[in-house]
Design a protein around this ligand. Structure first.
Ligand code: GLY
Length: 446
């Protein structure tokens, strides 16, 4: 099987590495890829958002399967064009990708499917912002109702910071989504979804804030670990049955059946899991840790999803132990990152499988020097018999990498190792906090 992977981040580097471990995959081409991906696969320059260019490349490379990594091409309908040209494609249609592309659509689907999520209001008129803010918080959750790579979200106990963010989004012409705050530790559960067939991968936890101890602004994700030692054993089954399957069924009912990776971002609160967000693609950086533990052939799983035969393949097998990924970010990320700095020590030649270096925002200068080319520059993925060992392996590898001005979190997975993560105990329900639909026609009680 010849596979074309679209995208250029560490998520795509992890996908390419895992695909190359599948004996049924004879060739992997990545477009546009990055300097690290180019060490394992042919890379070709292409605009991931140009359906025409992606179809032309699939034709040129005789791809048997096209895997689309990022959300923007999916929301723009690139998967539709690839399928229309006769290629098997891993990634949802534009209609189904609205589950990520429009938070208002996602809320509507969840309400109709009876799935618990935060109470929310859209504000599209600056004159309404203050009155709406008064109906929420503290804590305030202010989101861009569109795609913003995680950075469009502000979660704050400071009303004026919430107001400033909302006003700035409105000024840019973006509708604002205000949400009630969901308590409880977060879980990212990735599911392969083919219509109403749902196959979960290992649950993971992202670390979205830039600084240790969950301080500073939100980012696209600074690190992740899997599995989650604090998550009850039956939680994944409960999330699949109560959250992902109802949403997949509702999308089918709307003629927008999902095919690809449906990412449920959840808060494990006192009343059970509630959805923070859905994404229409593999999460970044959780994928880098999850795929490090995958033993099953990835190409077979993605191809089965793309060709409507997911129900026929064996469920994924996982190696024992834990994995973490730690993001090395450029100076000033998540603001405007400084790029063009020289990276040393990131070579993968050690043969040490307990810690791999994946590239995110990197490029090669003409003289072959590796330099930073984005906000999140590298990921170091550590695996170990347990989470503590995986952390040690990752952080020891990081110590040998040099990038001027860079920063990374030192506490990825630490709260789990120290048993500091608890799901809040069940208590009297705050009727305002969580919206649940109990009817099939989308009526939402809050
Ligand atoms: N880990 C956050 C995201 O992929 O959106």
């Amino acid at each position: 099987m010849r596979v074309l992977v679209i995208g250029s981040g560490a998520r795509e580097h992890a996908l390419v590495s895992a695909l190359r471990r599948d004996p049924a995959v004879s060739a992997v081409v990545a477009a546009p890829g990055n300097a690290g991906i180019a060490q394992h696969a042919q890379t070709r320059p292409v605009d991931p958002c140009s359906a025409e260019a992606v179809v032309a490349l699939a034709t040129d490379t005789a791809a048997d399967l096209v895997v689309i990594g990022p959300e923007v091409p999916l929301v723009l309908g690139v998967a539709d064009a690839v399928r229309a040209a006769g290629f098997a494609c891993f990634g949802p249609s534009a209609a189904a990708a609205r589950i990520e592309g429009s938070k208002a659509f996602a809320k509507d689907v969840m309400a109709a499917a009876g799935v618990r999520t935060a109470h929310s209001e859209i504000v599209d008129n600056p004159a309404d912002l203050d009155a709406e803010l008064d109906r929420f918080g503290p804590t305030w959750v202010v989101k861009d109702d569109g795609l913003a790579a995680g950075k469009g979200v502000v979660v704050t106990a400071d009303r004026s910071a919430a107001r400033d963010h909302g006003a700035e989004l409105l000024e840019q012409g973006h509708p604002v989504l205000l949400e009630s705050f969901l308590d409880g530790p977060e879980v990212s559960l990735f599911c392969l979804v083919d219509g109403e067939t749902v196959v979960p991968l290992l649950p993971a936890q992202d670390h979205k804030r830039v600084g240790d101890g969950d301080t500073g602004p939100n980012t696209g994700g600074m690190g992740a670990y899997t599995p989650l030692p604090w998550l009850p054993e039956d939680a994944v089954t409960a999330i699949v049955d109560d959250v992902v399957k109802p949403v997949a069924a509702e999308l089918v009912r709307r003629d927008s059946g999902f095919s690809g990776l449906l990412y449920a971002g959840l808060a494990m609160g006192s009343e059970g899991p509630a959805v923070v967000e859905f994404n229409c693609r593999f999460g970044d950086p959780e994928t880098q840790a999850v795929l490090a533990l995958l033993e099953s052939p990835l190409g077979e799983l993605l191809n089965a999803t793309a060709t409507g035969t997911l129900a026929e393949v064996a469920p994924p097998r996982w190696r024992d132990g834990s994995a973490i990924t730690v993001v090395i970010a450029a100076e000033n990320y998540p603001g405007r990152p400084r790029i063009g700095d020289v990276i040393t020590g990131a070579g993968e030649g050690s043969g040490d499988e307990s810690a791999a270096v994946l590239h995110a925002g990197t490029a090669l200068r003409e003289d072959g020097t590796l330099v930073s080319a984005g906000g999140r520059v590298l990921n170091v993925v550590g695996v170990g018999a347990d989470l503590a060992e995986a952390r040690t392996n990752a952080y020891e590898r990081i110590a040998s990498i040099k990038l001027p001005g860079s920063h990374y979190r030192t506490d990825i997975g630490l709260a789990a190792v120290e048993n500091r993560i608890e799901i809040p105990a069940r208590q009297e329900r705050d009727a305002e906090a969580v919206a649940v639909s109990s009817t099939a026609d989308g009526d939402t009680r809050s």
